[in-house]
Design a protein around this ligand. Structure first.
Ligand code: BES
Ligand code: MN
Ligand code: ZN
Length: 490
């Protein structure tokens, strides 16, 4: 989708739709819009009041042509923020698709202009809403006419700002869509080697380096928690390591993502219902790769290290069994009481390894527990940390980026539940506080590194799309949050 900004007024043309973002009580007219005579009356007749989450398309006669005008509600003027605009842009795109309008001139009412960064929010909402995953369709959906162009009309003094915002939002949305493509690919396509190849393809001569640890290397290094998970799989497990080092970097941060390309549960096999969704169990890894896919353009000032432990979890004669004990990279022993609690095992080695680089801060993202769906549903990511300040920083970045997180505690008292009879740790808790037990387990592998764990099992896919821009399949969650976090840390 081509997204541009201009300070010229809108000229209505055949084949182009017009859109207007209006808060409650604002008239359906605009200084950038030519006099469309009956527009205000048509809007009224259509029952359009500017209320949040509402939209109306009216057909206005201009000479001999009929111009579709899409009115999108912003809600109360003083409650408009970037997320309201993101959702409005998403709704606009869906409305344009329904009307088979492929180009649109958009202007913002005074309410919509109150948002922090309208250009950014519009680009994000529009691109994310237009996303489709059609790689495996032999013919693309002929019914759907994708929106090709969105042109934002702003006053002269807002032009630079709008252009920068559109570019920034497009970049973040592109990173998120890259992650969505990876996540939506089926498990027979998106294997650990596929993720590794995608990572390798990002490496360039300059600031971004990629190294992929093989099973043989990991064995020598003692990453037995990760290797144990992969034992039942014919695919080689990998630890993908990415390194973005800009000139004059001040600090190092690390991001780690669970890259389980298919989770059957292993010997503790999952029930068949919806097991196909476990192809999404690599969404944390996809978020890390999505971030790295845009890092050389985003240009944060930190050195950013990325780690994606990637494996399948399958039952087999060679598979890890309940009761097995493994020694992780940091020397801690783990009794495997349930082979389906595998995410924390592959993360254990990756986090312990990442910690050896002594990052000033570390964030991991993982589709770790079904329990987080019970607590927060599809609408918020669970945030846990060994550093409350850092956690608040990450939660704030999520809020700004339109990816909500909510804190859960990691108090020491929760530790008892993961103490094992015959090893240092066991890989499941006592059946209560499942999301926290998993967080407590991970905490054992980060050492002194300030760290935040994001459980994205509820937000990575399958949401009701209340935001109007995430649609079906993977949401690409985490990319925009991480990018925002890096930019805000500077
Ligand atoms: N990948 C799953 C978590 C998951 C479940 C994500 C449902 C999204 C939807 C993870 O590996 C898992 O199986 N966790 C178990 C842990 C349990 C065995 C302690 C779970 O949540 O049931
Ligand atoms: Mn599992
Ligand atoms: Zn899993």
């Amino acid at each position: 989708m081509k997204l541009t900004a201009t300070s010229t007024a809108i000229k209505t043309r055949k084949g182009r739709a017009v859109a207007l973002f209006l808060a409650e009580g604002e008239e359906a007219c605009h200084s950038r819009l030519p006099d469309l005579g009956e527009l205000a009356a048509l809007a009224k007749a259509a029952g359009f009041t500017g209320k949040k989450k509402t939209v109306a398309t009216v057909a206005v006669a201009v000479g001999k042509a009929v111009v579709p005008v899409v009115l999108v509600g912003m809600g109360k003027r003083d409650e408009v923020n970037d997320e309201v605009l993101r959702q409005a842009a998403g709704r606009l795109v869906k409305q344009l698709e329904a009307a088979s309008a492929t180009a649109c001139d958009l202007c913002l009412g005074a309410g919509a202009e109150q948002a922090e960064d309208p250009g950014r929010a519009i680009a994000e909402g529009a691109i994310l809403a237009a996303y489709r995953f059609e790689e495996h369709k032999s013919e693309p959906d002929k019914e759907r006419k994708p929106v090709k162009e969105l042109r934002l009309h702003v006053p002269d003094d807002r032009l630079d700002c709008a252009r920068e915002g559109l570019a920034f939002g497009s970049l973040l949305a592109r990173g998120a869509c890259f992650a969505r493509d990876l996540a939506n690919r089926p498990g027979n396509v998106c294997t650990p080697s596929h993720l590794a190849a995608q990572a390798r393809a990002m490496a360039n001569k300059g600031s971004l380096k990629v190294r992929v640890l093989t099973e043989a290397q990991m064995r020598r290094m003692g990453m037995n928690a990760l290797l144990g998970v992969s034992r039942g799989s014919a695919e080689e497990a990998k630890l993908i390591c990415l390194d973005y080092t800009p000139k004059g970097a001040k600090e190092t941060v690390a991001v780690v993502g669970k890259g389980l390309t298919f989770d059957s549960g292993g010997i503790s096999l999952k029930p068949g219902k919806k097991m196909d969704e476990m192809k999404f169990d690599m969404c944390g890894g996809a978020a890390v790769l999505g971030l790295f896919s845009i890092l050389t353009e985003l240009k944060p000032r930190q050195r950013v290290l990325g780690f994606v432990p990637t494996s399948e979890n399958l039952p087999d004669a060679a598979a890890q069994k309940p009761g097995d004990i493994v020694t992780a990279y940091n020397g801690k022993t783990i009794e495997i009481l349930n082979t389906d609690a595998e995410g924390r095992l592959i993360l254990a080695d990756a986090l312990a390894y990442a910690a050896t680089f002594k990052p000033a801060a570390m964030v991991d993202l993982a589709t770790l527990t079904g329990a987080v769906l019970v607590s927060l549903g599809h609408l918020a990511t669970g945030a846990m940390a060994n550093d409350d300040g850092l956690r608040d920083q990450v939660v704030a970045a999520g809020e700004r980026a339109g990816e909500r997180c909510w804190p859960l505690p990691l108090w020491d008292d929760y530790h008892k539940a993961i103490e094992a009879q015959t090893a240092d740790l066991q890989n499941i808790g006592d059946g209560t506080a499942g999301t926290i037990s998993a967080g407590m387990f991970l905490k054992e592998f980060v050492g002194e590194t300030p760290w935040v764990h994001l459980d994205i099992a509820g937000t990575a896919w399958g949401g009701p799309d209340v935001a109007y821009y995430n649609g079906k399949g993977a949401a690409g969650v985490g990319v925009r949050l991480l990018a925002q976090w890096l930019m805000d840390r500077e």
